[in-house]
Design a protein around this ligand. Structure first.
Ligand code: 1CP
Length: 341
C-alpha cells in the first residue's frame, strides 16, 4: 500500500513527477476497448460481467502505466439496482422510465448491494490482477447527478426537469437525494471492502445549480456520503468532482469533507493553486487538447505543471477523454507529465 504514491498525494504529500490517471481512461478511443465492448450483449451487461469489466479496466493500465485504475462500471448502475430498468441505446446514451407521482416514496433500496454483487466481484479480481503500485479507484455518481437521469429518464443539456422538481416539489426531490445518498454510501463501502483503495464521487451536473440549490442538492448529499464512508471506513481517501461548480469550488472541500477535489478545465490555474493550499487537487486539462494534438497537449500540460506540480497534485483531464482522441497522443500526454517529452 505504501508503494501506491497516488494515495499519499490524496493524503497531502507532494510527489514529483505527479501521479496521473485520466477520466474515462477505459473507453471508445481505445481499439481494444471497442473489441471488448463488442463481446457484451449491451452496456450494462458489460458492467455486470466481471471478465469483461476487469479486462476493460486493465487495458489503459497496460498501455500507459497510469498510477490509478478506475473500476469499469457506470454511475447509473444505482438506478438500475433500484429497479428503474436502465438501458443504454447505442449512440444515444442512457434511458429509463422517468420517475413520476409517488414512485420516489416507493423506491426500494433493500436489494441494491445484491444486484451489484458482480461489480464487487470485478473489484476483488482487479485488486489481485493490478500491479502493486497501481491504486484501484471505486466510484459512484453524486445523488444530484444520478437524480437528473432518473427524473428526466435520459441525459439532458441543462437538467431542466430536475431543476423544475426542485422548485415545485423540493421535499420530493430531497427524499430522492436522501435515498440515493444512503444507497451510494453503502455501495462505496462495499467497493472499499472488495479492494478499492480510494473512491470518487462524480457530480457531473453540479454546475447548473444556483448557490442555494448547490448547497442543498450537491453539497449536502455528497457530505452525507462522505460522512458515512469516513465513519465506517476511516482512512480511505475520497475524491469529489463538482463539475462546473465555478465559484462554488471555493468552500467545497471544507463543506463536503472530501480529501481531494477534482477540477474541471474551466477552473483558472491561479484559483486552482489557491484551492491547493487547503489540500490536494486533481485536474484539469481540457480533454479537447488531446484531440487537438501534440502542440496543444504540451502547452496545456506545461501550464498546469507550472501552477500545481509543486504541491499535492494528481494530473488528470478536466472531464472524460473523448472517443476522437488518438491513443498515441495520450501516450505523448503521459510522457509530458512524466518529464519524458
Ligand atoms: O458505448 C459505450 O461504450 C458507452 C460509453 C460509456 C462508458 C465508457 C458509458 C455510458 N459509461 C462508461 C464508463 C464510465 N462511466 C466510467 C468508467 C470508465 C472510466 O472512467 O475509465 C465512469 C467513471 C463513468 C461515469 C459516468 N457515467 C458519469 C460521470 C463522469 C462524467 O463523464 O461526467 C456520467 C455522467 C455517466 C453517465 C453516462 N454513461 C454513459 C454515457 C454516454 C453517459 C452520459 C450520458 C449523457 O448525459 O448524455
Amino acid at each position: 500500500m505504501g508503494q501506491r504514491t497516488i494515495l499519499e498525494v490524496m493524503q497531502g504529500a507532494t510527489v514529483t513527477p505527479p501521479p496521473i490517471w485520466v477520466m474515462r481512461q477505459a473507453g471508445r478511443y481505445l481499439p481494444e476497448y471497442r473489441e471488448t465492448r463488442a463481446r457484451a450483449k449491451n452496456f450494462l451487461d458489460f458492467c455486470y460481467t466481471p471478465d469483461l469489466a476487469v479486462e476493460a479496466t486493465l487495458q489503459p493500465i497496460r498501455r500507459y502505466g497510469f498510477d490509478a485504475a478506475i473500476l469499469f462500471s457506470d454511475i447509473l448502475v444505482i438506478p438500475d439496482a433500484l429497479d428503474r430498468n436502465v438501458s443504454f441505446v447505442q449512440g444515444e446514451g442512457p434511458r429509463m422510465r422517468p420517475l413520476e407521482g409517488d414512485e420516489i416514496e416507493k423506491l426500494d433500496s433493500s436489494r441494491v448491494l445484491d444486484h451489484l454483487a458482480p461489480v464487487f466481484e470485478t473489484v476483488r479480481r482487479l485488486r489481485v490482477a493490478l500491479p502493486d503500485e497501481t491504486a484501484l479507484l471505486g466510484f459512484c455518481g453524486a445523488p444530484w447527478t444520478v437524480a437528473t437521469y432518473m427524473i428526466a429518464g435520459h441525459g439532458t443539456p441543462d437538467q431542466a426537469p430536475s431543476r423544475l422538481m426542485l422548485y415545485r416539489e423540493p421535499a420530493r426531490l430531497e427524499k430522492l437525494l436522501d435515498i440515493l445518498a444512503e444507497a451510494s454510501a453503502r455501495y462505496l463501502i462495499a467497493q472499499i471492502d472488495a479492494g478499492a483503495d480510494a473512491v470518487k464521487i462524480f457530480d457531473s451536473w453540479a454546475g447548473v445549480l444556483d448557490r442555494v440549490a448547490f448547497e442543498r442538492c450537491s453539497v449536502a448529499p455528497v457530505r452525507k456520503i462522505i460522512e458515512t464512508v469516513k465513519r465506517e471506513r476511516p482512512g480511505t481517501p475520497v475524491i469529489a468532482f463538482p463539475k462546473g461548480a465555478g465559484w462554488q469550488y471555493r468552500d467545497y472541500r471544507e463543506k463536503t469533507g472530501a480529501d481531494m477535489i477534482a477540477l474541471d478545465w474551466t477552473v483558472p490555474l491561479d484559483v486552482a493553486a489557491q484551492l491547493q493550499k487547503e489540500g490536494p487537487v486533481q485536474g484539469n486539462l481540457d480533454p479537447l487538447r488531446v484531440v487537438a494534438g501534440r502542440a496543444a497537449i504540451k502547452e496545456g500540460v506545461d501550464r498546469i505543471l507550472d501552477a500545481l506540480a509543486g504541491g499535492p497534485f494528481v494530473f488528470n483531464l478536466g472531464h472524460g477523454i473523448t472517443p476522437q482522441a488518438d491513443p498515441d497522443d495520450m501516450a505523448y500526454l503521459v510522457d509530458c507529465v512524466r518529464g519524458k517529452a
